[in-house]
Design a protein. Sequence first.
Length: 263
Amino acid sequence: MNVALAGRKAFAYTAAHDVDPALRTVVFVHGAGLDHSWWGLQSRYFGYHGWNVLAVDLPAHGRSEGPALTTIGEMADWVKSVLDEKKIKSCVVVGHSMGALVALEFAARYPDSTEKIALIGTAYPMKVSEAFLDAARRNDQAAYDMETIWGHAAQVPLAGNPNPGMWMYGDTLARLARLAPGVLHADLAACNAYAGGMAAAAKVKCPALFVLGARDVMTPPRAAQELAKAIAQAKTVTIGSSGHSLMAEAPDATLDALITFLA
């Protein structure tokens, strides 16, 4: 589905269904440098089980036109503008990594529009190393390699994909290769600069689910503990086999956690 926002095209995957404002809606927000396809299994499931699904491409990602947004707050406001355009008054927001910060900030800014949030592979603060930022600033291939290697558990290169014939590293690198220069750096810098996490958490009134990978080296589970404690109605599911890319490394377990939470 294409939506015109401020004269620019924005894309959201809807599981090939028209958006019906009468149905409950779940919005999926991807992480740094990625796009809506990262949510393949999860978005399709809810789209074919009675939900509106909007798996968005943030500006300058996937099929959405740029320029890239530079702050987590701008991204949260952009998600709200998509909902307003489709006349959706409330939703569940599910975010991964950078997208989890967007979901958190969305719930804090728009409590009346937020039923629940799910934060997958998250941490606060979500600091990014200077080496990673510098490589992304220079559009160096090393930045894509860092995101790909650190973004998966160590067993992934050894036939770790649950989908036969698929290669997780290659899949991630292919997405990153489609980015315009500067987009990955804008995303990483937004994560690194986001300083409103605890204040946002204190404003969250809806139920929140944390889905964390026990083998995650980018956002290890311990880095989400204080954030989870700050949200009154938070629960945590830890997936033992997964690294940071939970939707790809443990797709069924991630989906099961969301199904239970949203039931």
